[in-house]
Design a protein around this ligand. Structure first.
Ligand code: 3HC
Length: 289
């Protein structure tokens, strides 16, 4: 365990809810901050639903599930993050939105040694660090979806992150959360998305060009390469809006065509077809997705 006991997660969407859940399951006091009561209600429902499923599947006892619930609190006021040891930002993958969150956290988080972390997949940590007056304490802690299931965390210091911050963040991810850490340099996409996103975009291009049907592309990778899911279903799980945002950041950083989002992805995002979370992407998930 580390000296980190009070955590805030800013953003209670797909990733933020998963991060808050694993922190509460690890025994931490977790505050979830969102922009308004509707978003907070959705975050609470996501986390409670996931804890209930974990209890139903006997991954947690009913008592452990209830204990985790009591360690979670919710706020629409980012100012409530003042007493936190660690704040993990998990808002939309949008540089302007994220830098605004970091500037606000810099004003409100009172502990001088508090760590300000981002779950960004592709936005350089340095850009977020420079929105604060404490770049030495800003670090990337990047989780994978579904957060309760996937063991990996990418740890990403910027050029200005202190060694102490990086070590405390690594201890937190491994010692407290029990995750497996890989270290990456501060380049858009880090390790995993730098490899994964071109693959997902290639599958979308393959579909768009009429080369093969979605089901065949996915079945090819599931049955031919033993992947747990095919690339189009995985893009739906990540969210097509998020996939596009990551591709945009990586293209902006490297100017390589392999990172350019294909037109089909752009049109699907324009249409609000965000994948599993919106009910429809490359597949139809029905109303209850
Ligand atoms: N929360 C908690 N547990 C979940 C879950 C969730 N959202 N989704 C699935 N699970 C659990 C199930 O309870 C089940 O547990 P059990 O085997 O102990 O009963 C186990 O995971 C397997 O689930 P299912 O049987 O329902 O379904 P699958 O076997 O198809 O697995 C999957 C689902 C875990 C999502 C698996 O298909 C998978 O690992 N897919 C790949 C996911 C992946 O690659 N994620 C990385 C995305 S990239 C990313 O996140 C980075 C970002 O920056 C974009």
């Amino acid at each position: 365990m580390t000296d980190i006991e009070k955590v805030a997660v800013v953003g209670g969407g797909l990733m933020g809810a998963g991060i808050a859940e694993v922190c509460a399951r690890a025994g931490l006091d977790v505050l979830v901050a969102e922009v308004g009561t509707d978003a907070l209600d959705r975050a609470r429902a996501r986390i409670s639903g996931s804890l209930e499923r974990a209890v139903a599947k006997a991954k947690l006892t009913a008592e452990e599930g209830a204990d985790a619930e009591t360690r979670l609190s919710y706020t629409a006021d980012i100012g409530d993050c003042a007493d936190r040891d660690l704040v993990i930002e998990a808002v939309a993958e949008d540089e302007a939105v994220k830098t605004d969150v970091f500037a606000r956290l810099d004003k409100v988080v009172a502990r001088p040694d508090a760590i300000l972390a981002s779950n960004t997949s592709s936005i350089p940590i340095m850009k977020l660090a420079m929105a604060t007056g404490r770049a030495g304490q800003v670090v990337g802690i990047h989780f994978f979806n579904p957060v309760p299931v996937l063991p990996l965390v990418e740890l990403v210091p910027s050029l200005l992150t202190s060694n102490e911050t990086t070590e405390r963040a690594a201890d937190f991810a491994t010692g407290t959360l029990g995750k497996t850490v890989v270290h990456a340099r501060d380049r858009a996409g880090f390790v995993v998305n730098a490899l994964l996103v071109p693959y997902l975009l290639s599958a979308i291009r393959m579909l768009e060009s009429g080369f093969a049907a979605a089901e065949d592309i996915d079945a090819g990778m599931v049955h031919g390469c033993a992947h747990p899911m095919g690339p189009l279903r995985l893009a739906d799980l990540i969210g097509l809006d998020t996939t596009r945002a990551i591709a945009d950041s990586m293209y902006a950083e490297f100017k390589e065509p392999l990172y350019a989002p294909p037109p089909l992805l752009l049109r699907m995002v324009d249409a609000g077809l965000y994948g599993k979370k919106s009910g429809r992407g490359f597949y139809d998930y029905g109303k209850d997705a």
